[in-house]
Design a protein. Structure first.
Length: 330
């Protein structure tokens, strides 16, 4: 029985607050931001994680993760990018790194709720889908990050090579990487993306493949669903407009239509998988939190949890966590 089961996606002991952070969006790489933080003023030296979504995602698509982390003592900031339907993993990587550095300025800003409360050296990033590819690129670009989390990662191979995820040889070993994915993901199949990314990562690493999980499963700590995500997202009419716009670009023989064509439509913005006292797929949140506890909070007790294969895993492997390797997928 894994220590990280259905109850491990519950909210933590800290009350949380939320603050619009549009004042941080002076850099063109991210267009919106929201900070989630523990409200107790006595909590100091707080680490932080910045979170970005995937193709077509606005920042609220990641809104289930941020209060979960904040309730466990980790400042979390969700961000939205200017062109969510067309930006690549490289664009999302830059957005994550720019936003992470901008967030650290709240430690000194006079009117900030985080003034004097951040540990600016303890930073992490997390991304979903194409944002998961972006998170791994961020790990390659900035060795000062303490760790990254890639949810259902997509390398962005439909984009020009300089905008997609590729690994140098040998890959850097500085930034630990956690990959969370579902074995039934048809949009970013783990055999094509998650597992090859894991095997090419040179740092401490862990991959957790959820049995029966699809592309929506890692959208929140309790396990997201496609129905909930679509319920809070754009209308079908806007989807049709978006598809028509892209198809028109392809008919004009633009091979980079998905990359360079700005999309005027609304974004996929339905949060799903919110923290719960008990959820069948609660180990998703438990493993992600344990990863941040180990590398952001220096909580050594998380090591023994991270090497235990969750009951809902169809595939699970870790390396470089200084503990016996968990069983590889068959």
């Amino acid at each position: 029985m894994s220590a990280l089961g259905p109850d491990s996606c519950a909210l933590g002991p800290h009350a949380t607050g939320k603050q619009d952070a549009q004042h941080l969006c002076n850099n063109a790489s991210f267009a919106s931001a929201t900070i989630y933080y523990p409200t107790e003023s006595g909590l100091k030296s707080l680490p932080s994680v910045v979170i970005v979504g995937g193709w077509g995602c606005g920042e609220q698509a990641m809104a289930a993760w941020a209060p979960f982390y904040a309730s466990h003592g980790i400042v979390a900031m969700t961000i939205g990018t200017p062109s969510p339907f067309t930006d690549s993993p490289a664009v999302r990587s830059k957005a994550l790194l720019d936003a992470s550095l901008a967030l650290q300025g709240e430690h000194e800003r006079a009117d900030s709720v985080l003034r004097g409360r951040l540990d600016i050296s303890r930073r992490a990033v997390q991304g979903y889908s194409l944002g998961g590819g972006g998170a791994q690129l961020a790990a390659l670009a900035d060795p000062t990050l303490k760790c990254v989390i890639a949810l259902a990662p997509d390398g962005g191979y439909m984009f020009p090579s300089k905008h997609s995820l590729s690994f140098p040889s040998p890959p850097p070993t500085a930034v630990p990487v956690l990959i969370l994915c579902g074995d039934n993901d048809e949009e970013a199949p783990p055999k094509k993306f998650g597992w090859p990314h894991y095997r090419q990562t040179g740092a401490a690493k862990l991959i957790f493949e959820v049995e029966g999980g699809d592309h929506y499963t890692p959208l929140g700590p309790a396990g997201g669903t496609k129905h909930q995500a679509e319920a809070g997202s754009m209308s079908m009419e806007l989807w049709c407009v978006n598809c028509s716009t892209i198809c028109a670009c392809w008919m004009c023989q633009c091979p980079l239509a998905l990359w360079c064509t700005p999309c005027p439509c609304a974004t996929l913005n339905g949060p799903t998988g919110h923290a719960a006292d008990r959820a069948p797929r609660g180990a998703i949140g438990g493993v992600a939190l344990a990863w941040l506890r180990l590398f952001l909070l220096d909580d050594e007790t998380a090591r023994s949890q991270l090497v235990l294969r969750p009951d809902i895993a169809s595939g699970f492997e870790c390396s470089g966590i200084e503990a016996p390797l968990a069983m590889d997928r068959s």
